[in-house]
Design a protein around this ligand. Sequence first.
Ligand code: HEC
Ligand code: HEC
Ligand code: HEC
Ligand code: HEC
Length: 436
Amino acid sequence: MTEKKHKCRLHAILLLVGSLALALSSSQSFAVDVFAETHLGPATCATSQCHGKSAPYPDRNVNLNEYTIWIDGDRHSIAYQTLLSEESQRIAAKLGLENAKNATICLDCHADNAPDDKRGPKFQISDGVGCEACHGGSGQWIETHTDTDATHAKNLAAGMIATETAEVRSEVCLSCHLGTKDKFATHTIMGAGHPRLSFELDLFTANQPAHYIVDDDYVKRKGSIPSFNLWLTGQFESAKQSLNVGVQRLHDGIGMFPDFAFYDCQSCHHSLKNVRWSKRRTDGVLPGTLRLHMPNIVVLDSVARALGADDIQQTLQGEKINTIKAAQQSRQDFATAAQSMLNSLAAARDTWARKFSNTEIVAVRRALLENAAADRASDYAEAEQIYYSFESLCYTLDELDRCASTLDQLFESISDSDTFSPRSFSLLAKKLVDSF
Ligand code: HEC
Ligand code: HEC
Ligand code: HEC
Ligand code: HEC
């Protein structure tokens, strides 16, 4: 089977110090619609008077070299080109599609697939995931956002998307990096060879070449999100989106089950030479049954344990088991259990919409390894989230030197999903945990 090479952080994010205007997370939900206004296309933003300068421009709020960064180094600008590759042709052929570049299902994530009546004169689908795929159609603000009296609030009112907030940003990113009710990389698409998708908001934010600088001026205009809160919001949003889309897309499923893409790939696709089941999965979920995967829950469980939030820890754990069992029963049971779990996630999130101290963050980082050591992160996607999160928190704490060898070892143990061994992962975590 095709498996994507593993990811680690490509470059350092800007670490922020001092007292900041906080943009903290709550369970409030946002309905982001990037297609509300006309999409004029990156060519409209690209001139050298606008966002197409070759280097950051002094004395302006924004750098004005955003287009250059995007076109030179951001994978989003080649997302459409990917659909022309042989790999994409093979995927398309197996799905019975004439080609990938004309298939709505591929364009929806590999381009800024605005409806026909929302495409301006310079719009080109071949531009890939362009500016407006994240920032929203610029039809109503392209003229005004450069006015001397323009403010961020005015831009937002004219349809710009609030990507500076953690909730909105995760919703935008997850729409393609996890999927939505309207576009989703189903197990059928995976079966044709599409790489498995994985996401962690803080990591993916860091890995997208930054075309903005969070400096004093930025903070004044937009506030800033402490990196721990960005990470935590990403965990909540991913868990939420996955449950929502799971329920909304029950029609993809086979028989009574949600689509196989909602399960841990390796729970079906692994060698039988090393049987993986162990006592860890208690609570009445039996070996050899289909377990919906919720890789973010073990991470949130680590947060709850570290903060001594026993009630949240037990609720989320209970809801998780409930939802897994319900998804084994019927679609209706699954939908009901998912709703209950969504409510619990929202409540937990409201409780944690605050600033966290370094001591707390250190405790959360340790709890990630403790959960892994206790063999509670033994599905591949869970181990992967533990690794992503451990890495994020090392960055947050500015302790890269201290973490380097641990990160290397964790990375190595999950670098190949085909040979991933839950037992080795847990033994490794046991060995590492005492240093943290
Ligand atoms: C739900 C959104 C979504 C859909 C639908 C989707 N893709 Fe993707 N695709 C992605 C994302 C996101 C990545 C990058 C994954 C990563 O690196 O984390 C990707 C990666 C790929 C890659 C690997 C690119 C590389 O350089 O490694 C290929 C090839 C690909 N997609 C082809 C297709 C084709 C063909 C279709 C239509 C049948 C399609 N995709 C549908 C989101 C999607
Ligand atoms: C994959 C999503 C994505 C794409 C594509 C994208 N951006 Fe951004 N952009 C962001 C995020 C996230 C931020 C940081 C949060 C914020 O300030 O909104 C940002 C910030 C910005 C800022 C704000 C800088 C500041 O100081 O306020 C500008 C200007 C900008 N982008 C322009 C562009 C342009 C022009 C393009 C296309 C060439 C583009 N972006 C493409 C996600 C994206
Ligand atoms: C319209 C769909 C879409 C949106 C919205 C989107 N992405 Fe992507 N992203 C993709 C696709 C498709 C790829 C793979 C491009 C390729 O290689 O063909 C990708 C690739 C990436 C990569 C490179 C992954 C790798 O394996 O190296 C990062 C990092 C990334 N996206 C971050 C983000 C972030 C952060 C956001 C939100 C601010 C975001 N993306 C929003 C579709 C999207
Ligand atoms: C519930 C079990 C189950 C889960 C979970 C599952 N798959 Fe599958 N997968 C199957 C079955 C059944 C087939 C069809 C095998 C065949 O045709 O012989 C298959 C086929 C495939 C194939 C084609 C293999 C081939 O040799 O043609 C790929 C690739 C694949 N799956 C990837 C994935 C990915 C990626 C995930 C996780 C997102 C995943 N699968 C999750 C059961 C599963």
